[in-house]
Design a protein around this ligand. Structure first.
Ligand SMILES: [Zn+2]
Length: 269
């Protein structure tokens, strides 16, 4: 069985943009006979709140979005499905990168990192990977474009320059998003990924990281990148935009059908 996933980050209430993504995943799953895994990416613990996790389940129930694998409620999620249970898997991947000398320690501050996103001088300092408060970054970035499978055939893009020497382990020792997301997809056997086109650079980085880690099966994954939902005034929807949160719309008495119709008027499928 081929598998896709709905993978929200519980760092805010879900909004219309999330719903658009979920419904598109549902549509692709029907079209390609894919099972759906619900995977809640809660590794960024400082921004995660219980009410945001509950919101994911409430949203799926309200809009009757089916999924076949994953947690059924918040308690089940925390007991069995949180990314924290998969820390050993992320550690294993990080150790493999370490053993193959593919990472270097970086002690740049967050603002220094943003300024020198493409790389930093730390690679030449040879700091021990055990240096306290050091992030781990990939030593090697490809000098060739990256090709992946889309529904309509292969697509090729240049490797994103701003994600060279990408961080795979954060200063606090936790796995970075790029690594955790890849390890999870490989772990569950996800082979069809639907995501916003803001994550296209992440797709390219994760394909490269998979190559370094020897996850050969990941190169067969089919990717569908969709345009991000924008408000009629052209503004991007965000979790901070309270009035577009699904919760606010539901509180205002809108039915699931009305919200779907509203979504369709903003952004026809
Ligand atoms: Zn650095």
């Amino acid at each position: 069985m081929h598998l896709t996933r709905i993978a929200p980050t519980p760092s805010g209430y879900l909004h219309l943009g999330n719903l658009y993504n979920f419904l598109l995943i549902q549509e692709k799953a029907q079209a390609h006979r894919l099972a759906i895994l619900l995977r809640i990416d809660d590794m960024l613990k400082e921004r995660v709140r219980d009410e945001y996790i509950s919101d994911v389940f409430e949203t799926h129930a309200f809009f009757k979005i089916p999924y076949q694998l994953g947690p059924t409620n918040s308690t089940d999620f925390i007991q069995f499905h949180s990314q924290h249970h998969r820390l050993p898997l992320y550690e294993q991947a990080l150790n493999a990168l370490k053993e193959n000398a593919l990472v270097y320690a970086c002690t740049c501050s967050r603002s220094e990192m943003q300024q020198t996103a493409a790389a930093c001088a730390c690679q030449h300092k040879n700091l021990p990977l055990s240096t306290p408060q050091a992030a781990w970054r990939l030593k090697k970035s490809p000098n060739h474009p990256i090709t992946f499978h889309a529904e309509t055939g292969k697509q090729t893009f240049p490797f994103p320059q701003h994600l060279r020497d990408v961080v795979v382990r954060l200063k606090n020792g936790r796995p970075a998003y790029q690594l955790a997301s890849l390890v999870d997809d490989v772990h569950y056997g996800v082979d069809f990924i639907v995501r916003g086109d803001d994550l296209l650079p992440s797709t390219l980085v994760q394909l490269w990281l998979a190559e370094l880690l020897g996850y050969s099966g990941f190169s067969k994954t089919v990717f569908h990148h969709h345009a991000l939902l924008k408000l009629p005034n052209g503004e991007k929807l965000s979790k901070s935009a309270g009035d577009t949160s699904l919760r606010a719309l539901i509180k205002n008495g809108l039915t699931a059908e009305a919200i779907r119709a509203h979504l369709n008027s903003l952004y026809p499928f």
